[in-house]
Design a protein around this ligand. Sequence first.
Ligand code: SAM
Length: 346
Amino acid sequence: MSMPGLAPPTDLFARPMGSLRLSVTDRCNMRCRYCMPEEEYRWLPRASILTYEELARLTAIFAGLGACKVRLTGGEPLLRHDLPELVRKLAAVEGVRDLALTTNGILLADRAAALREAGLRRVTVSLDTLRPERMAEFARSERHADVLAGIAAAVAAGFESVKVNAVVIRGYNDDEVLPLLDFARAQGVELRFIEYMDVGGATRWSRDQVVSKAQIIDTIAAAHGPVQTVAARAAAPAERFQLGDGTRFGVIASTTAPFCRDCDRSRLTADGTWYLCLYATEGVNLRDVLRDGATDAELVALVRSTWAARADRGAEERLAVPERGVLYQVESLRADPRREMHTRGG
Ligand code: SAM
């Protein structure tokens, strides 16, 4: 749905729009200490949540401007009623070439086949520990077995790829780098280690809990021998590596080695606020524009001109902060829940 004759936009650093992350709900059925550690949250009003028709319409606008990769996230996207119906709608959008889901896996076992059948191509499941008691303590969920069943069901459903994401945190699961790698290898899925990020919502973050990419690689190399770099797509967040036996894994080093210069992604919250960076303080309210009756051409023009003015490089700016601490205190998150990672879409 681009304007005839106009090339897809690039931003002020010549970055194209390549990927759109749709947070389909701000609700979650886990309370990970690095993301949702508080007892209470301010949720987005229900009437503000975009319908599947609205999500599909906005996705078509973005896809027409170059965002051919779409990922469903949240919150926990599987809490949204009948997610396969949304997948079916988005898979039919012209220009969407890749459709993926990030989930905590708790509800995945029953739904993996229906999601695949609806047109979902790839799944990433978050799994930080192989120990149920750790998950119970750290993420306030007793449903570890369901997550493992979800991963197995995703593998069985025949997705183009199934990945597992693990955030590595010193003092929590940094002793599970090797066991998690073994687990992923045994399941036939690729593991991606994620550095602990000081995003909105990470109100317990501190520098000393970050296990860096270099430390993760050192741990793996000490056990498995030399680690080779594997070429990755330029805008992909993960750097990929390979062991001597062919096992591949990735590391997303957003905290110690951010990839802003290649970042082609933006995020839409469940209530239709569009953020051009995970760390952006302001977003664009596309919901009101949409509900006020904007035409497709008007929406295209707004998204195009906003992207063309994009200069965000939030993670690199965070890296330059000398006394780096928590990004937002709890009061500031309560004042604007869209500052939360679980609202903005991880
Ligand atoms: N509920 C889904 C899930 O658990 O995958 C999707 C949303 S969750 C916010 C998306 C990803 O963000 C998860 O892999 C999670 O581990 C990651 N994440 C959340 N907070 C983080 C933090 N402070 N640092 C690094 N990754 C984080």
